[in-house]
Ligand binder design. Structure first.
Ligand code: KG4
Ligand code: ZN
Length: 346
C-alpha cells in the first residue's frame, strides 16, 4: 500500500510517501525562521509560506521516494492530508495540494485528524511503523496549539477526556520564553536553559485543577510574568529588561518543573482511575527530556513516546493515519477540512 500525505496545519510544510508501513520519504520545511521575529506563528505569513514551499516539498518527497513525475495512474493507494485542527488558511494549502495529487493519480483522498497523527507517530521506529500501539490506552497530546487527554480503545476510536481551557502546554513554553527574551519556539530554549540551572530557583504553582481532566496553563504563565515584574519592574517587557543568565536558567527550570509535574500527575491519575495501563504521549512538547524522564519514573504504567524526529509536525504521521484507516477499510473519500475538535475519531 503506497500513500502520499501532506501536513500544513501550522508552521511546517511537509509531504511524505509511506509504502507498506515503511517511510520512503518525509520532507519537512520548517517556517521557524520566518516567524521568529514575531515570537510566534503569524497565520497569514504561514499560509503564504505553505503556498510557496509546497511544490518544492512535494517534489523532494517524490524524488526521495523514487516516484516519477508525471504521476502514473494508480501510483498511490491513497492521498492523505491533515484536515485539522490547525490554521484555516494553512489547512487549505495542504487540502488543495492533496486534492490535485489525488485527482492526478486517481487515488482516494483521506482527510485525517492532525492530533491522531501525533498519537500514531509513536509507532515509527527507524523509519518503519513497526511498533504498533496496543489498545486500550490513554493518550496525551501536547503541542503548540493543543493539550488533550484521550481514551483510545482502538485505531479511530477516541474519546476526549480533557483539554486545555486556555493556553496549550507548548504555547505556555513559547510565551514564557518570550517574557524571558528567548527565541521562538520557546520549548527547546526553555529546556536548554533549565538544564543549566543551579541551586534553588523560584517556585511556581502547579495547575492541577482537581475534579476535572481539563488543563489550564495561562495562570502559570502569569505567575512567571508577576515574578519577573517583581524582579525587574512592572513594564519590564516593554522596556526590554531581562534577567541575568543564571536567573533565566532558574526560572526556566522552575517553570518546566511545574508544567511537567502537572502533565504527568493529571495523566497518571486519569490512567489509574480508568484502569488503563498504557499511555502514549505525542506532539512537539513530548520531545522534552524532563517530561520523558518524569513519565519514565511512573510505576505500573507503560509509557510510549514517538522518536524525537516525529514529535513535531510531519507528513509521515499523516500518512500512517491514512494507512491504518485503509487497513481497517474505514475511510470516507472526503474533502472535509474544517477543524473538528469535538470528534477526533473516524
Ligand atoms: O506539535 P508541534 O510541532 O506543533 C503543533 O502542532 O503545535 O508543537 C510545537 C510546540 C511549540 O510550542 C514548541 O515550543 C514545543 O512544541 N516544543 C517543546 C520542545 N520542543 C518543541 N516544548 C518543550 N520542550 C521541548 N523540547
Ligand atoms: Zn502538531
Amino acid at each position: 500500500m503506497k500513500i502520499l500525505a501532506f501536513e500544513t496545519t501550522c508552521d511546517e510544510t511537509s509531504a511524505a510517501v509511506l509504502e507498506g508501513g515503511g517511510l520512503r520519504s518525509n520532507a519537512v520545511f520548517s517556517q521557524i525562521k520566518l516567524h521568529r521575529k514575531y515570537s510566534g506563528v503569524v497565520p497569514e505569513l504561514a499560509s503564504r509560506a505553505h503556498l510557496e514551499k509546497i511544490p518544492f516539498v512535494l517534489g523532494r518527497a517524490l524524488r526521495r521516494a523514487g516516484i516519477k513525475v508525471p504521476l502514473k495512474p494508480d501510483v498511490f493507494d491513497a492521498v492523505a492530508f491533515s484536515r485539522g485542527p490547525g490554521l484555516p488558511g494553512a489547512l487549505m494549502v495542504g487540502r488543495v495540494a492533496a486534492e490535485a495529487a489525488a485527482e492526478l493519480s486517481g487515488a482516494p483522498l483521506i482527510g485525517v485528524n492532525h492530533l491522531e497523527g501525533h498519537l500514531l507517530a509513536c509507532e515509527f521506529e527507524n523509519g518503519k511503523a513497526s511498533r504498533p500501539l496496543k489498545f486500550p490506552l490513554l493518550t496525551l497530546i501536547v503541542s503548540g496549539g493543543h493539550t488533550e487527554l484521550w481514551r483510545a480503545r482502538g485505531y479511530g476510536d477516541y474519546r476526549v477526556l480533557g483539554r486545555t481551557r486556555d493556553d496549550a502546554a507548548g504555547e505556555a513554553f513559547d510565551k514564557v520564553a518570550k517574557l524571558l527574551g528567548l527565541p521562538y519556539p520557546g520549548g527547546p530554549e526553555v529546556e536548554k536553559e533549565a538544564a543549566r540551572a543551579k541551586g534553588k530557583g523560584p517556585e511556581f504553582p502547579r495547575p492541577f485543577m482537581p475534579g476535572t481532566r481539563d488543563f489550564s496553563f495561562s495562570g502559570l504563565k502569569t505567575a512567571v510574568s508577576y515574578y519577573l515584574a517583581a524582579k525587574l519592574g512592572q513594564d519590564f517587557y516593554r522596556r526590554g529588561l531581562r534577567l541575568p543568565p543564571a536567573d533565566i536558567a532558574g526560572v526556566c527550570a522552575a517553570f518546566q518543573d511545574a508544567v511537567v509535574e502537572t502533565l504527568v500527575k493529571k495523566t497518571a491519575d486519569a490512567a489509574r482511575s480508568l484502569g488503563l495501563k498504557r499511555i502514549a504521549v505525542g506532539g512537539g512538547v513530548s520531545a522534552n527530556g524532563a517530561l520523558r524522564a518524569a513519565f519514565g519514573r511512573l510505576e505500573g504504567l507503560e509509557v510510549r513516546f514517538s522518536e524525537k524526529a516525529y514529535c513535531s509536525d510531519n507528513a509521515a504521521m499523516v500518512a500512517l493515519c491514512a494507512l491504518r484507516r485503509l487497513e481497517a477499510g474505514k475511510f470516507r473519500n472526503s474533502l472535509r477540512v474544517e477543524p473538528d475538535l469535538s470528534a477526533p475519531g473516524w
